[in-house]
Design a protein around this ligand. Structure first.
Ligand SMILES: [Zn+2]
Length: 135
């Protein structure tokens, strides 16, 4: 049974709410401009409590990747093997992980990717997630 992950859960609530709606929003400190991921309540750089949530594009560069051949608890809904990429976003430099979809020709560190919001099955539920594709 699918279950939505929404609502202001911890400092990262706005990220998950946006992703569930198909958008990517990341936290930036309004005091010093540093990007935070994972999200924080208070900036560790300047001490500010004030942050803004900035719309980002699903565009970046592969920082690293991994192909999984063995089942982990909760991933029964994913066909094996599956490929996970850690993408460094353009602009913010924040790194976000997601499954790679589509052709894998050209997959390497530094490859350009674009992404989209989706949901990934996890156990009895599904969670908002990012699907990346080689550009
Ligand atoms: Zn700051």
């Amino acid at each position: 049974m699918a279950q939505m992950v929404t609502g202001q859960v911890g400092a990262e609530g706005p990220y998950w709410d946006a992703l569930a709606q198909g958008r990517l929003r990341l936290q930036r400190c309004t005091g010093c401009g540093v990007w935070h991921w994972p999200a924080v309540w208070r900036c560790g750089q300047c001490g500010s409590w004030d942050h803004e949530w900035v719309e980002q594009e699903f565009v970046g560069t592969v920082f690293t990747w991994n192909r999984t051949h063995h089942r982990f608890a909760g991933t029964e809904g994913l066909p094996l093997p599956y490929t996970t990429v850690l993408v460094e976003l353009d602009g913010s430099g924040v790194r976000l992980q997601g499954l790679l979809e589509g052709p894998e020709d050209g997959l390497r560190i530094g490859a350009r990717v674009t992404g989209r919001a989706d949901r990934t099955p996890f156990g009895e539920t599904s969670i908002p997630s990012i699907r990346w594709s080689l550009a």
